[in-house]
Design a protein around this ligand. Structure first.
Ligand code: 9MR
Length: 560
């Protein structure tokens, strides 16, 4: 019988009684503001873990430092898989696996073994065996790999079988299933228990976080295995999430029904990928998904902790598998903590006050599509040391004077304002904010004059398009003028705001006059007549100071 020495203090004994698991690394000390994630998690009686890859673990100080400081649990991302530990029949190699476990021991971390029986990353010599030989190979592999770590107090749990279901809840037709039928699952668990009676033994899969056909198949299997006395202690919800697919439904209920079977529920491979480029609203969604998973674990005594599938975007499986997606983890590729880190820290009871860096001010604020009652603002995104989580929209009445007040917010880089008065001027500014509540300076101001309202056939809109720009200037072409009224118009006037220091150097298809920063463009003698719904266009070229990137804004059109 393998010996496992676990240090049990009063706090961990209490936790053990509550959660049915043992983690000797937890302390019940209250967490302080700038505590690392592992301290915050431990104060809640949970582990927070990361998958680790052997190469950066051996070669990169920043990687090692964060892995050690922030996490109290690790999973080998690849080093304990069959192709790493037994590449040829009975030729075992624990180089990478031992490296990960030694790192964990050095840093007072627990280890989750991943994974014993999987259809992927299993050498071809296994896949082509006869049923008898395949079962023998599986039992030997489990006995040897689990046995290698059975006396190591850091290694406390194993993914015994991984991804045995298809999406509709049938058994995956893997070489395991095709050769051995579903009995390999119970056989694998029994072999693992024999090799280490103390380890928690898990079944692990993806797309099982919410209640669906696949998670119900897993539920039914765990229920059956339990009733048959098969040693199974935990289920792993991998939690490879993606902002474009929404958050899984009924996660809390799903955790609860597994907990009622008497097994732990672990979130084992959490990441949240985004279709690139990521915009502010997707990042907000990503922060929320991280928060939701932490909260789901906090809400159940059956959940001992959450493991993130790596921590830095520098090393994530996502871009290799989904080339147009990424930014799935909680540190960027330069090892800067992202807003996801703050979201997790906050969910674990920390306060995000460590971050006092404000985002940069939004640039290129412009208004378009101005009507008699509304306008649409757009701007260039701000940057931040963590992430921009949204923007405040500020508005002041009139062309001057009058105080700015926040009139709305946006998680993208545009905002449609409505309810404005006709023939009125408003000024707008935008500022960015981050998860810690830091606010940027406000953007440059843009002025908008709404169109005359009501009656008559007249009515037109103007939309300016930047055709090209360079360090010292740009071309706006076309400015599309559309008759939005119900009858023909015979003339139109477009106004817009030219940023300070900019000079019009040429124009075509309209007659331009400049007064202060306001440019008035009247139709040429050949393009003033437009039927209802018809469009024409004009264009102009501008010189600007070399370091300046501003563009005109506030296009408004009037027709008699
Ligand atoms: O992150 C792992 C990546 O480095 C490997 O190339 C890949 C091979 O299949 O496995 C990745 O990890 C997977 C995990 O072992 C099981 N669940 C899905 C994970 C992401 O593919």
């Amino acid at each position: 019988m393998p010996l496992r020495t676990r240090r049990l203090g009063a706090a961990t004994l209490a936790l053990t009684a509550l959660a049915g698991f043992t983690v000797s690394l937890l302390s019940a000390q209250p967490a302080a503001a700038a505590d690392p994630l592992r301290t915050l998690a431990a104060a809640k009686g949970k582990f927070i873990g990361t998958a680790v890859a052997t190469s950066p673990l051996a070669n990169e100080t920043a990687y090692r430092t964060i892995a050690a400081q922030e996490f109290n649990q690790v999973t080998a991302e690849n080093a304990m898989k069959w192709d790493a530990t037994e590449p040829s029949d009975n030729q075992y190699n624990f180089t990478g696996a031992d490296q990960v476990v030694a790192f964990a021991q050095a840093n007072n971390q627990i280890v989750h073994g991943h994974t014993l029986v999987w259809h992927s990353q299993t050498p071809s010599w296994v896949q082509s065996l006869s049923a008898t030989a395949m079962k023998a190979a599986m039992l030997d592999h489990i006995a040897t790999v689990v046995g290698h770590f059975a006396n190591n107090s850091a290694v406390q749990s194993w993914d015994v079988v991984n991804e045995v279901f298809d999406e509709s809840g049938g058994y995956r037709t893997s070489f395991w299933y095709n050769t051995l039928g579903s009995s390999f699952i119970a056989d694998a668990f029994r072999a693992a228990r024999a090799a280490d009676p103390d380890a928690k033994l898990c079944i692990n899969d993806y797309n099982v976080e919410g209640i669906n056909a696949k998670s119900t198949a897993m539920y039914n299997l765990v229920s059956t295995l339990k009733s048959q006395g098969v040693p199974i202690d935990c289920v792993g919800f991998q939690s490879h999430l993606a902002t474009q697919y929404g958050f899984p439904g009924q996660v809390t209920e799903n955790v609860a029904r597994f907990a009622a079977l008497g097994v732990q529920v672990r979130f084992t491979e959490l990441d949240v990928r985004i279709v690139l480029p990521a915009d502010a609203s997707e990042i907000t969604t990503q922060n929320q998904y991280y928060t939701n998973i932490i909260n789901a674990c906090l809400a159940s005594t059956a959940c001992p902790g959450v493991t993130i599938w790596g921590f830095t975007d520098k090393y994530s499986w996502v871009p290799d598998t989904f080339p147009s997606e990424g930014q799935a983890l909680i540190y960027d590729a330069g090892y800067n903590a992202k807003a996801d880190y703050t979201a997790i820290a906050t969910a674990l009871g920390g306060t995000p006050s460590g971050d006092t860096t404000a985002p940069s001010a939004p640039t290129n604020l412009a208004a378009s599509g101005t009507t008699s009652s509304g306008t649409t603002l757009s701007w260039t995104a701000s940057t931040d040391n963590t992430a921009v989580t949204g923007y405040d929209i500020l508005r002041a009445p009139g062309a001057s004077g009058g105080a700015f007040a926040v009139v709305g917010s946006s998680t993208s880089t545009s905002y449609a304002d409505s309810g404005l008065s006709a023939s009125s001027t408003y000024r707008y500014q935008v500022r960015a904010k981050d998860a810690a509540g830091n606010l940027s300076a406000v953007s440059a101001t843009v002025s908008v004059t709404t169109l005359a309202g009501g009656g008559g056939p007249g009515g037109c809109s103007a939309v300016g398009t930047t055709q090209t720009q360079w360090q010292g200037g740009y071309v706006i072409q076309p400015v599309t003028v559309t008759n939005t009224g119900s009858g023909q118009i015979t003339s139109w006037t477009v106004t817009f705001t030219l940023p300070a220091g900019h000079t019009i150097t040429g124009s075509w298809n309209a007659v331009l006059t400049v007064s202060g920063q306001t440019v008035t463009a009247k139709n040429a003698n050949y393009n003033g007549t437009l039927g209802a719904g018809a469009s024409t266009s004009f264009g102009f070229q501008v010189a600007r100071p070399t370091s300046n990137t501003a563009l005109p804004s506030g296009y408004a059109c009037a027709a008699p």
